[in-house]
Design a protein around this ligand. Structure first.
Ligand SMILES: [Zn+2]
Length: 333
């Protein structure tokens, strides 16, 4: 009997030594130490033995069981400590948190891409501006009622936070001879209190094209391309008469409401249309102010608020969400 157990022990130890992973060890544990395993089978044999041998054989099997158990645990621990140092390449990785482009930056990028594709270059200017550049040169003298529209932040009598990006157009036209083809993206300021549709700081983009023979027809074509690019080919647009002191004639661009499809809803004030921005032919007085000959040259200008465009494009009904920095909102873009 003793010899038989010794041979079995050697066999078990040899197969344990061959096991290459935890699963193989588990298989061997079941094979030898499991309920229907070889060791248990040996215990059952005790019943058939003479009384005097029962105790001896029982002790021997117990001893064998103990040795095998110990060895199994030692080998299992080795595999587990190896696991700790190993990188499991099949485990799904932890996703790092990726930042998002702010919807205002996204619209800016898209608009800049659109206009630069049509040959416009980017021009910038100061955000603290002289009264002359913000108003005077744009045909809005001190007593002009249109100044009320702009609710400007004045720093001194002659100095203010620019209330639109149009002063950049004046600065470029002062320093550059036509052809001039620029866009002016930037930040503007007005003393509007924060509400669903107003913010004291907002963003605009303006485009200006001055050259020989620039026509309103060209402007209209550019606007149609613009609507198609930003809102898709199915979006209808309307160019309706408007008034700005710095353009003549002046127009207003509106597109069909994406929410109701033009039938009228609360977003579009039941009109079916959403106003996008203003445009027109540069007023001759503005060209005269920057000493560009109105006999030789003409030009068009257009402008729009970036927040307004983003609100229409993404169907957002409160401008304040752009400033709240709520990650749940920003993550959607
Ligand atoms: Zn609508």
């Amino acid at each position: 009997m003793e010899e038989r157990l010794r041979i079995l022990q050697e066999q078990i130890q040899a197969s344990l030594a061959k096991a290459r992973d935890k699963n193989a060890l588990e298989g061997l544990r079941i094979k030898y130490l499991g309920r229907k395993g070889e060791i248990n089978r040996l215990f059952k044999e005790i019943a058939q033995l003479p009384v005097e041998q029962k105790r001896i054989f029982g002790n021997e099997i117990n001893q064998l069981k103990l040795v095998i158990n110990q060895e199994l645990h030692q080998r299992l621990e080795k595999f587990q400590s190896k696991d700790k140092d190993m990188i499991d390449l099949l485990l799904p990785g932890k996703k790092p948190y990726v930042g998002h482009v702010h919807p205002i930056s996204k619209i800016f990028d898209e608009l800049i891409m659109f206009f630069t594709n049509f040959g416009f270059s980017i021009a910038t200017g100061p955000e603290i501006e002289y009264d002359w550049y913000n108003f005077g040169a744009l045909n809005i003298p001190r007593d002009h009622p249109a100044r009320d529209m702009f609710s400007s932040f004045y720093i001194k009598e002659d100095l203010l936070l620019r209330s639109h990006t149009s002063p950049v157009q004046i600065r470029v036209m002062e320093n550059q001879k036509p052809p001039i083809k620029i866009i002016c993206p930037g930040r503007c300021y007005r003393y509007d209190a924060f509400d669903a549709s107003h913010a004291p700081v907002f963003h605009q983009i303006e485009a200006l094209y001055v050259d020989k023979g620039v026509s309103f027809g060209e402007l209209k074509w550019l606007l149609s391309e613009f609507v198609r690019f930003l809102f898709g080919p199915k979006t209808k647009y309307q160019l309706r008469p408007s008034f700005f002191p710095f353009t003549e004639p002046s127009g207003e661009l509106a597109i069909s409401c994406a929410v109701c499809g033009g039938s009228g809803c609360s977003v579009c004030g039941n009109s079916g249309w959403l106003e996008l921005g203003g445009c027109g032919m540069v007023h001759p007085q503005v060209l005269k102010n920057v000493k560009i000959s109105t006999k030789k040259y003409s030009g068009y200008a257009l402008g729009m608020g970036i927040e307004r465009v983003a609100m229409i494009k993404y169907i957002i009904d409160d401008i304040r969400v752009f400033f709240n920095n709520d990650i749940r909102f920003l993550e959607q873009f």
